[in-house]
Design a protein around this ligand. Structure first.
Ligand SMILES: [Zn+2]
Length: 455
């Protein structure tokens, strides 16, 4: 039995415009065997089904290469690492992975994870236990005391339940890489810098060039992809020279970094959504606001935009990913904002942003040759929308526009189940964000007469 999909407009992901009046045909394994004009389609057999999306814009399923299934809409680092058992995080991650699929994202990379959370979610979906997106899974970030994920004091280190794994020698790093590969990861993440800066403000790389080369060499020798968190120039340069497949952020890249990327084939996921949401949404009562995070993030974002445009102009592939999994980037909500920001802030045409989130992202994903475009031999992973993102890229963010989501030829119908966010994350112990001195209380009593009246 085959399935024939009538499309209003068909965007295959292989070209910049959509075609009218075409059809998709796929077999019972969910593999496309015809994409093109209805007139030239293979003859219909008895039992073939026909599904009509002739009022819709049909396009390949979207891909987000930066969605952290372990984080649970975290409000703090402690939320990510400490208070929630790995088993609950896995169940929670499965629930949220489904929200991502319902938003039209049929594949994600979950780069950096505690335990075997994204691995288990990937395997459970693959085995048919749950409907959900294709997952490219990672284990814990490899880090040092200068790297992201080593956020606690040295006397605490990175606990076993953390997303980071502290390594202190090349031998330890290689051992961890081999262990993760045995467990079945698709990619391995290196925290190539964090927040430590030199006196001149430059971010310090967490590993040396030589250490980076050894780790990336071993990851590639074992047939896996290497990904890295790198914001500063030094870490971005080390990653690019070592041939890291995908570099997240890279705000401070320069000409030397671009030359190295072009030579080794490194790509960038600038990840615009998380910083833009931080700037646009953080409220004055939030600790992040009180610490000046929105202003700092805005400056880093502006520096990044200038540099990312240079990298793009030089021919470095740009991938879309959001850093979903934080309270400011909840699952299923903002994935397509990245495409809007690619258009708005990096100067992409809408069609080119769509191709970044499908075809270009697929080039990085495991078995990427089977997804990211609609053509014979690839999987029938597609989305039907009742508006055209080529006219307005923002329609992708409106869930009421998503008419259907298919993965491997199967329609994914995820009920929009409500849940209690307070039982899902935010188990950190912080109770107050203010210091109630006598002076502060006196000030509050002035502003807020009800506080005094209540006594
Ligand atoms: Zn991230």
């Amino acid at each position: 039995m085959r399935t024939l999909i009538r499309c209003g407009q068909l965007f295959t992901g292989r070209e910049d415009d959509a075609r009218a009046g075409e059809i998709l045909v796929f077999d019972e394994r969910g593999v496309l065997d015809y994409v093109g004009p209805a007139a030239g389609s293979p003859r219909r057999a008895r039992g073939d089904r026909v599904i009509d999306y002739s009022g819709c814009f049909v396009m390949p399923g979207l891909i987000d290469v930066h969605t952290h299934l372990a984080y649970g809409n975290a409000k703090s680092e402690e939320d990510i690492d400490l208070y929630c058992p790995l088993e609950f995080r896995t169940l929670r991650g499965m629930f949220f992975a489904q929200k991502v699929a319902a938003a039209g994202f049929t594949a994600i990379c979950s780069p950096g994870d505690a335990g075997q959370i994204s691995l288990s979610i990937r395997n459970a979906i693959r085995a048919g236990l749950f409907d959900g997106p294709r997952v490219m899974a990672a284990g814990r970030y490899l880090t040092t005391h200068q790297g992201l994920t080593d956020w606690y004091p040295t006397w605490i280190g990175a606990p076993e339940t953390s997303i980071g794994k502290l390594v202190s020698t090349n031998a330890e790093a290689v051992e961890e890489i081999r262990r993760q590969v045995k467990d079945g990861v698709d990619c391995i993440k290196i925290a190539l810098d964090g927040i430590q800066r030199r006196e001149n403000g430059e971010l310090v790389a967490a590993f040396t060039q030589e250490e980076t080369d050894i780790m990336v060499g071993e990851i590639h020798r074992l047939g896996k992809k290497a990904v890295a968190h790198a914001r500063g120039r030094e870490a971005t340069l080390y990653a690019a020279r070592a041939g890291v497949d995908l570099i997240f952020h890279a705000n401070h890249l320069d000409g030397e970094c671009i030359a190295a990327m072009l030579e080794t084939g490194s790509t960038i996921a600038p990840t615009l959504t998380h910083p833009r949401n931080t700037v646009d949404f953080t409220q004055p009562h939030e600790p992040a606001y009180l610490k000046g995070r929105p202003e700092h993030t805005q400056r880093e974002y502006e520096i990044g935009c200038v540099n990312w445009k240079k990298a793009r102009a030089a021919g470095v592939p740009m991938l879309t990913g959001t850093d979903t999994g934080f309270a400011v980037t909840p699952y299923g909500e903002w994935h397509a904002r990245e495409l809007e920001l690619f258009v708005e802030d990096l100067g992409f045409m809408p069609a080119v942003a769509l191709r970044a989130a499908t075809e270009v992202n697929a080039g990085f994903m495991t078995e990427g040759g089977r997804i990211g475009a609609l053509e014979p031999g690839r999987a029938a992973d597609f989305v039907a929308l009742d508006a055209s993102p080529l006219t307005d890229i923002r329609v992708l963010q409106d869930k009421s526009r998503v008419r259907a989501v298919y993965i491997a030829g199967k329609e994914i119908r995820i009920p929009d189940r409500a849940y209690d966010p307070r039982q899902v994350t935010d188990f950190a112990l912080s109770n107050w964000t203010e210091l109630y001195t006598r002076a502060r209380v006196a000030e509050l009593r002035q502003q807020e007469p009800r506080l005094a009246a209540a006594e």
